[in-house]
Design a protein around this ligand. Structure first.
Ligand code: AFP
Length: 283
């Protein structure tokens, strides 16, 4: 597992360099969700694929930017599902973006995720790694290497509200839930990049990030294997919660296709209890 984490650290520096120096235009291709790919998306994907090609414990790679599964080493143990550059459309306005990695052993489903990590490319480059039975660990890039900063623990209640999706397409009970949080004193913190938005809630001790089912995206927007499950693991390891709109743990999701999406809610005790009450979920 350590080789995988060391590889993530080295690709983080390469991708950070690409963000700072490369062409920001579109490539000629679309990803498997039908979105136009930026040259940076493609470049980040290639950086990750090349780096893991020589890591013997990695059996397969599944990328948000590719259709299907890429077989690397038959004798390998782990499949890495990754989003090479989440929020890449924010690079041209100079907002923070990220890379997300879910490390699975066996079938690609929540219960088989054994570790996850994400990198935030912001004013500083930071990395969070989560492993089983440990608090997630925060690292910061200092002088060309990642220095351990400390473990991350969520509190019971936060102050931040990060509501995703277009309001016009929200269900009435979702709008009521978001409005009630604002009436309760919550502050809006939403950049449109799930990595920095979820990172902010984690480091400020709590709050809620939501990407609900909407009238135009009934299964939500965020992808289970590359985005939702890796972050669900990190939130739970930090002492928080991660559920879908039926109250099911995101770690219990069973994706049928690598690019399946799910409505998702990540937060601390107080906000998740409020969500369950408003959505009439079982406690
Ligand atoms: P892109 O990868 O297409 O830039 O989308 C980013 C993202 O997947 C995620 O990082 C955000 O939380 C979410 O989309 C924002 O979507 P909305 O603009 O619909 O709220």
């Amino acid at each position: 597992m350590n080789t995988i984490f060391e590889t993530i650290k080295s690709v983080a520096f390469e991708i950070d360099n690409a963000i700072k120096t490369s062409d920001l235009g579109y490539s000629d291709s679309e990803n498997s969700s039908g979105e136009d790919q930026l040259k940076l998306d493609v470049q980040s994907d290639i950086i990750i694929e090349k780096a893991f090609a020589s890591v013997a414990v990695v059996k397969n790679l599944v990328s948000e930017e590719k259709e299907g599964v890429l077989e690397l080493n038959e004798a390998g143990k782990y499949t890495i599902c990754y989003d090479p550059l989440d929020g890449s459309s924010l690079v041209d306005v100079n907002l923070s973006v990220g890379s997300i990695f879910g490390i699975y052993e066996g079938e690609l489903q929540g219960s088989n995720l054994v570790a996850s990590a994400y990198v935030v490319y912001g004013p500083r480059v930071e990395l969070v790694i989560a492993e089983q039975n440990k608090k997630p660990m925060l690292y910061r890039a200092i002088g060309g290497e990642f220095k351990e900063i400390g473990s991350i623990t969520l509190g019971k209640k936060g102050k931040l509200n990060a509501p995703g999706g277009t309001q016009q397409n929200w269900a009435p009970h979702h709008k009521k839930f978001v409005d009630a949080l604002f009436m309760d004193g919550y502050r809006l913190r939403y950049s449109g990049g799930m990595v920095p938005d979820l990172h902010q809630i984690l480091l400020k001790g709590g709050g809620i990030f939501s990407y609900p089912a909407t009238s135009d995206k009934p299964n939500g927007k965020l992808r289970q294997l590359f985005e939702v499950i890796p972050f669900a693991f990190i939130y739970e390891q930090a002492g928080g919660h991660a559920i879908n709109d039926e109250g099911i743990r995101l770690m219990d999701l069973l994706p049928k296709h690598p690019h399946d999406t799910s409505p998702c809610f990540f937060g601390t005790d107080y906000e998740i209890i409020a969500l369950k009450a408003m959505y009439r979920m079982k406690f």
